[in-house]
Design a protein around this ligand. Structure first.
Ligand SMILES: CC(C)(COP(=O)(O)OP(=O)(O)OC[C@H]1O[C@@H](n2cnc3c(N)ncnc32)[C@H](O)[C@@H]1OP(=O)(O)O)[C@@H](O)C(=O)NCCC(=O)NCCS
Length: 168
């Protein structure tokens, strides 16, 4: 494997923003080889990356892992990446994007995604897409999951997550 994938994984990990399993050198490389991500390279270095992840639901994909190297930020590169990434989505698929980043939220809305309020989260998107099948015995059953207290517990370090969806 080329060293550029290890460097990319290390730099993305350094942000503390991404699921570890998605940003291993192998995951990042395979996603690109399988046409599930877009990137920008300069010489032998990857300077921007954005992924499209499969989900357990065959009708749904997820946008995630959008990253621009520190020294290139502030130049709207992520907006260009967003446009390129949308071209990877086959017609008829729905895409969700879950983020606590104000910039990523702005980009989703700018590119035609609609925000899903927390009360609608599980009506609009299958639960397996957003947080997997629930393995907790939650009082009140499924509906209570609309306000699931465990969501915040999952990633207390990243703050409030917002969800955006778009059908292509
Ligand atoms: C998020 C990230 C990819 C954006 O990189 P970038 O392309 O250099 O970002 P920009 O500064 O050009 O801003 C992107 C857009 O957000 C807007 N923006 C900037 N700050 C903002 C803020 N605080 N709130 C809302 N929108 C904001 C910009 O105006 C721009 O929109 P525009 O194209 O309509 O003008 C980059 O900061 C990064 O890699 N961060 C670390 C990883 C991360 O947090 N990824 C998102 C996790 S889901």
């Amino acid at each position: 494997m080329s060293k550029k994938w290890q460097v990319l994984a290390e730099r993305m990990r350094g942000t503390g923003k991404f699921m570890e399993s998605r940003i291993t050198p192998t995951s990042l490389m395979q996603a690109y080889q399988q046409n599930k991500s877009v990137l920008i390279e300069d010489q032998y270095e990857i300077v921007a990356y954005a992924g499209v992840w499969s989900t357990p639901d065959p009708r749904w994909l997820e946008f995630g892992a959008i990253w621009v190297s520190d020294e290139r930020r502030g130049n709207r590169i992520s907006s260009q990446m967003y446009v390129e990434r949308m071209k990877l989505v086959p017609s008829g698929y729905s895409v969700c994007s879950i983020t606590s980043s104000d910039q990523a939220a702005h980009l989703a809305l700018k590119h035609g995604f609609v925000e899903v309020g927390r009360d609608e989260w599980f009506r609009a998107v299958p639960s397996v897409v957003s947080c997997g099948p629930c393995d907790r015995d939650i009082p009140g059953g499924y509906n209570y999951k609309l306000h699931c207290p465990y969501r915040a517990e999952r990633r207390p370090d990243i703050g409030i997550c917002r969800m955006f969806i778009k059908t292509f």
